[in-house]
Design a protein around this ligand. Structure first.
Ligand SMILES: NC(=O)c1ccc[n+]([C@@H]2O[C@H](COP(=O)([O-])OP(=O)(O)OC[C@H]3O[C@@H](n4cnc5c(N)ncnc54)[C@H](O)[C@@H]3O)[C@@H](O)[C@H]2O)c1
Ligand SMILES: O=C(O)[C@H](O)COP(=O)(O)O
Length: 385
């Protein structure tokens, strides 16, 4: 029996995907965590924990280096909620140029008002259209590429900026979308700017006072990525100066409170029934595959590995990516008179992963010998079902 602990609201669609070999939230020493944006940066992890899946895109809530040192495989499910974010961002772009939130607020308090009088009271009642306006999309991954294509289809002039664009992502982007070579080139002529990058050291304060200076007066900015990618204080200053017209974000803080030119949603970009279902279902599949076969793909800290299990026993080893690990592992097997049926090895950054298949059940002596190899972090035995 395997044990899974969940954090946050995990969709039942995903929990239903676990086979009857799995117990959910029943014991305190689980094999797997299935989480959303629960902050794990300072968490202690149970000794038995082998895998964490973040059902969703942003993984800045996971201490990836520490998980690697503990031999815990980490995953996210990028793309699972991208359509949900695209839809809310498109809605917010249109809401922003039509001033729908202040206008609706006004109407809620002045229901009797005559429409022509209302237009005189507040010129914002006349909005603009998005067609032929320029949208800058910063980050063209799963979310950004969908936003860029959808805005292009609605008649916007779209400029994208992503210096690390993967070839897969490049294929997804419509050909009439302009690729900018620098952030400045992307934002300087934009009427609206939306950020879709991961939160890391490089993207913290990506949109700061300096970046805002390079923008057109009257620009609108959206942040459905993470708190801190756009510097909220710099935006407030620019709103006060009239440089920025409006700011729409999923990540509010105190400096943004009680302003008509700011719209804050409470981190709901990926919160749809469909998106939460997608992430949880993928998470459940990743956990079962990793625990039952050792196979994995698109992990955040380990290499891809996909080897069919033809032998009755498999040993998986998480270790440092240094020379002669494979040789040492094979030597320990030979020293213990174990014949290797199949052996696979791969590396990702400083981490490496080796799977060794045997006909015979591994002995305690073999396992202890493997664990004794310097730089081996975790040794696990999997029995074929
Ligand atoms: N509001 C929400 O609920 C919600 C939902 C999903 C994702 N997100 C956030 O959005 C982010 C993006 O999600 P995604 O699924 O598109 O991720 P993704 O990994 O598919 O795409 C991120 C893209 O950003 C690019 N990038 C990285 N650094 C960059 C930089 N300095 N400048 C420009 N581009 C850069 C990458 O090359 C990549 O193409 C996530 O990391 C997460 O923080 C928020
Ligand atoms: O990065 C993400 O996937 C989103 O921010 C969604 O986060 P959530 O799972 O906490 O809603």
């Amino acid at each position: 029996m395997y044990n899974v602990k969940t954090f946050n609201a995990i969709s039942q669609d995903g929990l239903d995907k676990f086979s009857d070999k799995y117990q959910i939230n029943q014991i305190d020493n689980p094999d797997a965590y299935l989480i959303r944006s629960a902050n794990m940066l300072d968490a202690d992890f149970p000794e038995n924990l082998k895998v964490i899946v973040r059902a969703g895109a942003g993984f800045n809530n996971l201490p990836i280096d520490r998980l690697s040192e503990l031999g815990i495989a980490a995953f996210n499910t990028p793309g699972s909620n991208a359509n949900a974010v695209k839809e809310v961002v498109l809605s917010m772009i249109i809401a922003s140029v039509r001033h729908l939130f202040p206008v609706a607020n006004f109407s809620a308090n002045n229901l009797h008002a005559d429409i022509s009088k209302m237009k005189k009271i507040d010129p914002r009642f006349k909005g603009t259209e998005i067609r032929d306006k320029t949208l800058a999309v910063i980050g063209l991954g799963h979310v950004g590429s969908l936003v860029a294509n959808a805005a292009n289809d609605l008649g916007m002039d779209v400029v994208g900026y992503d210096p690390y664009l993967s070839s897969d992502a490049a294929w997804r982007i419509e050909s009439d979308i302009t690729r900018a070579n620098t952030l400045e080139d992307a934002i300087k002529d934009a009427d609206i700017i939306t950020v879709h990058v991961p939160k890391n050291d490089e993207t913290t304060d990506l949109i700061d006072e300096e970046a805002i200076k390079q923008m057109k007066t009257g620009v609108s900015i959206l942040n459905y990525a993470r708190l801190g990618i756009v510097n909220n204080q710099a935006v407030v200053d620019a709103l006060d100066e009239g440089k920025v017209a409006s700011y729409i974000t999923d990540f509010g803080d105190d400096v943004l409170m009680n302003r008509e030119d700011v719209v804050i949603t409470p981190h709901i970009g990926g919160s749809t029934v469909e998106a939460e279902g997608n992430g949880a279902v993928r998470g459940a599949k990743i956990i079962q595959r990793y625990l039952e076969t050792g196979n994995l793909s698109q992990s955040l800290n380990l290499p891809n590995m996909n080897v069919s299990m033809h032998s009755p026993y498999r040993i998986t080893l998480i270790h440092k990516n240094i020379p002669n690990m494979v040789g040492q592992i094979a030597t320990k097997a030979a020293d213990n008179n174990f014949n290797i049926n199949q052996m696979s090895n791969g590396a990702k950054g400083e981490m490496a992963y080796t799977m060794v298949d045997f006909c015979d059940e591994p002995t305690e002596q073999l396992l202890n010998d493997l664990k004794s190899i310097n730089e081996v972090i975790r040794v696990r035995v999997i029995k074929r079902k």
